[in-house]
Design a protein around this ligand. Structure first.
Ligand code: LRH
Length: 569
């Protein structure tokens, strides 16, 4: 079973003093305490790749129990719970609120053909104009069409269906035909914690059903889909009420309060898309004139600004100028981020979506972020390719591969010999990864790259770094900002070699860390919502205040570019 990710339960301890008259007197610091970690990977069940939701739930309850015990041991109050996870995947609830089946994993190939059918009827450009999403095979919209087209509950044609009797028909009702509500994975967990069914907006933005400008379900797009795919039925009524990060969703159910020892604790919607939480905690420099009120509702993005992308983007003018309120000229500056884990999400934080034809052709996504922002990024396949190789090499050896030793050897390999297309969809599914990487190398490097593990690892990392560099610079061009640095956050930020190669390939300084950016972003949004984190002036904390807390609590490592050793442009 590929361990695609691990689930973690972390507690955030927020420290900082607020003077009732002068506001906050010292920077807020956040200490993360890991309370639980459990492996999580898709497995083939019921004829396809699914997540084991009950195993996830068990890991969560165990983590919460541990959190309660750690908190009581340290004399701390638990002020909130917030849930985030990977995007796009979802489960169906029946009329009674029961989960109808294990959620499908987005890496299942069932959507491949569906995507083509959808684009035949609604061209990609027409989706992009509304949802601003990169063309990826697994966007929830394609998954929903696939589920609605199933002929039995598991996507299989039923043998002998023609002469089946009525009772068997009823049993064969598809999950979709019995679904009363669609909930994304973190919303499913929040529902189990509270009994309330809502859709948090940053993650809902990955479904393809949201309007990227208004941050609301696009009724027009949903209607259009249902017209083209009548099997979707009353899709709109199966989409829950949207909430922004920071919303108090409800209290922990009393039985769970007892079972975990947490008692009555509020559950907050955070940036429930893990990438949105990670970007919220990426210590990006403060953008010019950005002092937004937290948790703004439907910010009414300037849709009209689409003709001139970048006009609304929160680049940073030359430091110091904006503080003095002077007129500025020239291109805006901004730092890019890479949320580096299973996937690498590479891009910029903007004020408004970029929905131009150039952006569409470059396949950039406009996912939604904290406080009315847009995460303008591209999915790059990420460390999944290397992790899958390491998993299979370990299986072959009957013992875990020593990753630091492998990376050390990879660092000594000659670089830049061969670049493979890390975005190739051939790398999406689990299994057989070393062979697929080798085949890609053989296609690209007729002069040959040694068939060794360090050589393969080096090709993967060179290729990732080159892809990061391309995407960062292209994002800057499309959004009209000059990118001056890259912040790498998440587990992948610990990969020293990759950070160094990225700095070289991009010709930009790379600031690496925090590793647990997703957990930090989650905790910070809760802390703000619970009133435990205020702004430096004593008012509501802004995005910049959250990032100041990240800076005060973590120590990034910086890699300066060494262009003389750079990769081929
Ligand atoms: C990263 C992530 C990414 C999605 C993918 C499904 O964990 O959420 O942003 O595209 O998983």
């Amino acid at each position: 079973v590929p361990v695609e990710r691990s689930g973690t339960a972390s507690a955030g301890v927020v420290r900082g003093r607020t003077d009732p008259v002068r506001g906050r007197t010292d920077p807020v610091r956040v200490e993360l305490v890991e309370c639980g970690r459990f492996p999580n990977g898709p497995a083939v069940t019921d004829g396809g790749l699914h997540w084991d939701f009950e195993a996830l739930w068990d890991g969560i309850v165990t983590g919460l129990r541990e959190a309660a015990s750690i908190a009581s041991g340290r004399g701390l109050d638990v002020r909130g719970i917030g849930v985030d996870s990977w995007a796009v995947d979802h489960g169906f609830l029946d009329d009674d609120g029961a989960l109808l089946a294990q959620p499908w994993c987005y890496r299942d190939a069932r959507t491949d053909a569906v995507r083509e059918r959808v684009y035949e009827r609604i061209p990609f450009a027409e989706h992009y104009a509304v949802n601003g999403l990169q063309d990826l095979p697994f966007t929830s919209l394609f998954q929903l069409v696939a589920s609605a087209a199933e002929r039995d509950g598991r996507g299989q044609a039923v043998p002998g269906a023609a002469d089946a009797d009525a009772a068997a028909d009823a049993e064969r009702a598809t999950d979709w035909s019995r679904a009363a509500l669609v909930l994304l994975v973190p919303d499913l967990i929040t529902y189990r914690l509270t009994g309330r069914r809502v859709a948090e907006v940053t993650n809902a933005s990955t479904t393809g059903l949201l309007d990227a400008r208004t941050r609301t379900w696009s009724d027009a797009h949903v209607e259009r889909l249902v017209r083209e795919f009548p099997e979707l039925g009353d899709l709109r009524s199966r989409l829950p009420e949207l909430v922004e990060p920071g919303t108090a969703v409800g209290d922990l159910r009393p039985d769970l309060g007892d079972e975990t020892g947490l008692g009555a604790v509020p559950v907050f919607a955070v940036c429930s898309h893990d990438t949105a939480s990670a970007v919220a905690a990426a210590p990006l420099p403060q953008a010019a004139g950005q002092r937004e009120a937290p948790g703004r509702e439907t910010p009414g993005r300037e849709a009209a600004g689409q003709e001139s992308p970048g006009q609304e983007s929160p680049g940073r003018e030359t430091p110091g100028r904006e503080a003095a309120g002077q007129e500025t000229t020239g291109q805006r500056e901004a730092a890019a981020y890479i949320s580096s884990g299973t996937w690498s999400l590479v891009g910029l934080e903007l004020d408004a979506p970029v929905l131009t034809p150039a952006s569409r052709e470059a396949n950039f996504t406009n996912e939604l972020g904290i406080d009315g922002t847009v995460r303008y990024l591209r999915n790059v396949m990420g460390l999944w390719i290397l992790n899958e190789c390491v998993r299979e090499w370990s299986e072959a050896d009957g013992a875990p591969v020593d990753l630091p030793a492998l990376l050390e050897k990879a660092a000594r390999e000659p670089g830049g010999r061969c670049l493979i297309d890390v975005d190739g969809e051939e790398f999406l599914a689990p299994g057989g990864m070393p062979g697929r990487v080798r085949a890609a190398i053989d296609r690209r490097a007729p002069q040959g790259v040694a068939d060794t593990r360090p050589a393969a690892a080096r090709v993967i990392l060179d290729s990732l770094a080159a892809a990061y560099a391309r995407v960062v610079h292209r994002a800057g061009q499309l959004a009209g900002v000059e990118v001056t640095a890259i912040h790498v956050v998440g587990g992948g930020s610990q990969n020293d070699l990759l950070n160094r190669l990225t700095a070289e390939a991009a010709g930009l300084p790379v600031h690496a860390g925090p590793v647990e950016a997703t957990a930090l972003g989650n905790v910070l949004v809760q802390a703000r919502a619970a009133g435990a984190l205020t702004g430096s002036d004593g008012g509501p904390a802004s995005r910049a205040d959250l990032r100041a807390a990240v800076r005060a609590s973590t120590a990034p490592r910086t890699y300066e570019p060494t262009p003389s050793r750079g990769l081929p442009a």
